[in-house]
Design a protein around this ligand. Structure first.
Ligand code: ZN
Length: 180
């Protein structure tokens, strides 16, 4: 897999000869989009109507250069992100941990309640996410955690940070950065 086959960026600082240099790979592909529905609460008790976004995703990983003089393989990172975006595409994203948006599932249907309101979805249309509110920031955190665990064995333990940004409206990014 050639790094040059993908138009992502990599730090151009000369490599291992400089012990103070730090390195990061960033991948922000056109394919990193998913269309999904959600609703959040804000200001205490205002609950949005269900609506959709064409979400965009970008990711970066920081760490030392390996024996190939790169941080990680762009293609492996890309593929790990695509698994996440494809799993969310054309789904309703629901919060698992909200105090008032209550999500229950039986064998076929996912029922959501907020006070007197109720929504029902086929199970296969719903993604229940381990978040309090399905904000772009929290979706970014979940994608970062999933990509980290998906790639940990391949990328190893020497990386330092992973950062995921989720764009929910053409330039409104929620970003989560966490230790590797
Ligand atoms: Zn929204």
């Amino acid at each position: 897999m050639s790094q040059s086959s993908t138009p992502a960026t990599q730090s151009t600082t000369p490599s291992s000869g400089n012990p103070t240099a730090t390195f990061r790979v960033e991948v922000a592909k056109e394919q990193f989009v998913f269309s999904a529905a959600h609703f959040i609460t804000f200001a205490g008790d205002i609950c949005e109507r269900i609506h959709g976004h064409n979400y965009g995703v970008k990711i970066s990983v920081e760490g030392p250069l390996d024996e190939n003089q790169y941080v990680v393989d762009f293609i492996a990172l890309r593929d790990a992100v695509l698994k996440e975006t494809q799993a969310l595409d054309h789904h309703v994203i629901l919060p698992r941990d909200h105090k008032e948006i209550l999500v229950t599932q039986d064998e076929t249907e996912t029922t959501v309640r907020f006070r007197e309101r109720r929504w029902v979805f086929p199970n296969e249309d719903a993604v229940i996410m381990p978040v309090v509110n399905t904000t772009a920031e929290e979706i970014a955190r979940v994608i970062a955690e999933n990509v980290r665990s998906r790639t940990r064995e391949q990328f190893g333990e020497s990386l330092s940070m992973i950062e995921v940004g989720v764009d929910e409206n053409c330039g409104q990014w929620g970003v989560c950065r966490m230790p590797w």
